[in-house]
Ligand binder design. Structure first.
Ligand code: SF4
Ligand code: SF4
Length: 106
């Protein structure tokens, strides 16, 4: 795991609460050929900060042995990674209908 500046992911009770809430969501996952977010590994390999790993509430981005791992399947479509990545790696769009996350209100 590479060391990057910029803060820590939620820990303890906050992390448990986020995971509990994420578990209430439902997803209709599109195939990888239609992934609504893609990243460019050659850019991520030389990224100085990995901000995406700190801002994604669904932990879609992780660093393992220095390599960035990304999975679009758990995305809650908040858009934070597209804003946080100032390196030009993230290509972001909403999923095709009827795919993506389903929120239940009430
Ligand atoms: S997605 Fe952007 S912020 Fe995240 S590691 Fe790649 S270049 Fe860095
Ligand atoms: S849009 Fe939000 S939930 Fe989806 S990968 Fe980006 S930061 Fe994570």
């Amino acid at each position: 795991m590479s060391e990057v500046p910029g803060g820590d992911a939620p820990k303890g009770a906050a992390s448990v609460e986020i995971k509990r809430r994420l578990a209430t969501l439902r997803y209709v996952t599109d195939g990888p050929e239609h992934a609504h977010i893609t990243v460019r590994p050659e850019i991520c390999a030389r990224c100085p900060h990995s901000f995406c790993t700190f801002v994604c509430p669904a932990q879609c981005y992780t660093r393992l042995d220095g390599k960035l791992l990304f999975r679009y399947e758990d995305c809650v479509e908040c858009g934070a990674c597209a804003i946080a990545c100032d390196q030009g790696s993230v290509s972001w769009s909403f999923p095709r209908g009827p795919y993506g996350v389903r929120y239940a209100f009430g």
